[in-house]
Design a protein. Sequence first.
Length: 293
Amino acid sequence: MTRNPVEKTSVTMLGLGAMGTALARTWLAAGHPLTVWNRTPARGAALAAEGAKVADSAAAAVAANTLIVVCLLDDASVDEALAGADVAGRDLVNLTTSTPAQARARTEWARARGARYLDGGIMAVPPMIGVPEAGGYVFYSGSREVFERHQEVLRVPAGTTYVGEDAGFAALHDVALLSAMYGMFAGAAHAFALIRKEDIDPVSLAPLLADWLVAMVPAVHQTADRLRSGDYSKGVVSDLAMQVAGTPTFLSTAEQQGVSSELLVPYFELMRRRLAEGGGEEDLTGVIDLLVR
C-alpha cells in the first residue's frame, strides 16, 4: 500500500479559548486530523462534532501527535497543562502570550525534556484567523528546524514570519508592535477628548485623524535609519528644540478644553530631558536612548 500523497499532518491543540478554537477550526477545515484538549472539557464538544478527537487529558493529547500547538491563558497555564505530559520527541509550538524571558526559559524546559521548541506571537484577533485577506500573521522564533518542518501547517490559520533562533524574539516583536499600537490609541484618545465637548462630530474627525496617522508612518522608517546610523540630526526638518517650544500650546489647549494632559506629559518630559542634554538639532529619536538607560 502506498502512502497517500495528500495526507495532512496531524495536530494536537491544547487550549480552546476564543483563539485556540479559531485555530483548531481552520486546521479541521483544511483537512488536518486534530486532537484537542481543554481544561473545561465542554469546549471540545463543538469541535468533536466537526471531526476533532477530544482527549481526556493534556498528556493524552500530547501523546497523540508529534506537532503540539499550545494556546493557553499564560505561562503558568502552560506549566500546569504540560506537568504530566511526556513531550520527548515532540515539536512544541507555543502560541501562548508570554514575555521574551518566559519564552527563553520554556526553550530550556523543552530541551531538558527532549522536545523541540518554537515560540509564537499572534498578530491577529480570532475573527482574522483563517481569513487570509484579513492580514493576520504569527511571529515565530526558536527552532528553525521545527519552523521549516511545519511551516505549511502553521500558515493554514495565519501568515508566518520567522524572526530568529532566539526563542524570545517572537514575544519581543509581538510586544513591541502592540506597545506602538497602544501609543497610537493613546494619541487618538486624546484627540477625540479635545473635541468631546464641542459641536464637532467625531465621525467627521475620524478620517482626518486616520489619514494624518498614515501620513506619519514614514517617520518610523526614518527613526530606524537614524538608530542604525547613530546620526539623529541627519535630514531633520522639525528639530527637537522647535518641537519642545511648541509643547505649551498642546498643554494649554488641553487645559482650556477641560481635558487631562496625562497621556502627553510623560512624552513631553522626555523631549525636554533630551533637549537639556544638547539634542536640540536632532529629531525625536534620542528619546529612545532615554528609555533604555
